[in-house]
Design a protein around this ligand. Structure first.
Ligand SMILES: CC(C)(COP(=O)(O)OP(=O)(O)OC[C@H]1O[C@@H](n2cnc3c(N)ncnc32)[C@H](O)[C@@H]1OP(=O)(O)O)[C@@H](O)C(=O)NCCC(=O)NCCS
Length: 165
C-alpha cells in the first residue's frame, strides 16, 4: 500500500521528505483556489504531520505523485473526513498546474477508487468539491461517482459525490 503505480504516475506514501514539494503546491493560488486558499508553509507542515498520522492510524492516506521521470506532480489519497458530523472517507487529489488537462486526475481517481472499494473493501467513497470546481466534478463523474447532495463546509458551498461498492 505504501507504493503503487498507474500508467503514467507513481505514488509514494506521504513522508517528511515531501514537505518542500507540498509547500510549493499549496502556495500556488490557482491550485489552492478550491482547496480553502493558499496555505503558509507552517500550515502545510501541520498538514503533513496530520496526514502522516492518518497513515499510522488507518493504514491508508495520502500519496505523493510523480510522473515516470520522477518529477513531483501532486498529491492524492483516501482519507477520513467529517462531513456534517458524519465520519466519511473521501478521495482527494491536487496536481501542479503544468499537469492539468491531460487526464492525470481521472487516472488517479480511478486508481484510488479501486484501492478504496476493492483492496480496502470500503462500503462507499465520497468526493467533496466546491460547487464551482467544474474540472474536479467532471473527474468524479467520469469515475462513476453520483451527485448526492449540496452542503456547506467551512463556509463554502460544496457538493458531495458518492460511489458504493
Ligand atoms: C481539478 C484537477 C484535479 C483536475 O485535474 P486534471 O488532471 O486536469 O483532470 P482531468 O484532465 O483528468 O479531467 C478534467 C475533466 O474536466 C473537464 N474540465 C476542465 N475544466 C472544466 C470546467 N471548468 N468545467 C467543467 N469541466 C471541466 C476536462 O475537459 C476533463 O473532462 P474530459 O476528460 O471529459 O475532457 C486539477 O485542476 C487540480 O489539481 N486542481 C487544483 C486542486 C483541486 O481543485 N483539486 C480537487 C479538489 S476537490
Amino acid at each position: 500500500m505504501d507504493h503503487f503505480s498507474t500508467d503514467r504516475l507513481t505514488a509514494e506514501r506521504l513522508n517528511e521528505d515531501h514537505l518542500a514539494d507540498l509547500v510549493a503546491l499549496h502556495l500556488d493560488a490557482e491550485v489552492s483556489r478550491y482547496l480553502g486558499g493558499v496555505r503558509a508553509p507552517e500550515v502545510t507542515k501541520t498538514y503533513l504531520v496530520t496526514n502522516m498520522a492518518h497513515w499510522d492510524e488507518h493504514g491508508f492516506g495520502l500519496w505523493t505523485l510523480r510522473s515516470k521521470d520522477g518529477a513531483f506532480a501532486g498529491r492524492a489519497g483516501i482519507r477520513h473526513i467529517l462531513v456534517d458530523d458524519v465520519d466519511e472517507i473521501e478521495i482527494a487529489y491536487a496536481f501542479k498546474r503544468e499537469f492539468w488537462g491531460q487526464g492525470f486526475a481521472s487516472e488517479i481517481a480511478s486508481a484510488l477508487t479501486d484501492i478504496g472499494l476493492s483492496q480496502l473493501a470500503l462500503s462507499s467513497l465520497i468526493g467533496v468539491v466546491y460547487v464551482g470546481n467544474g474540472a474536479s466534478r467532471r473527474v468524479l463523474e467520469k469515475s462513476h461517482y453520483l451527485l448526492e447532495r449540496n452542503t456547506n463546509r467551512h463556509g463554502e458551498d460544496v457538493v458531495i459525490y458518492r460511489i458504493r461498492r
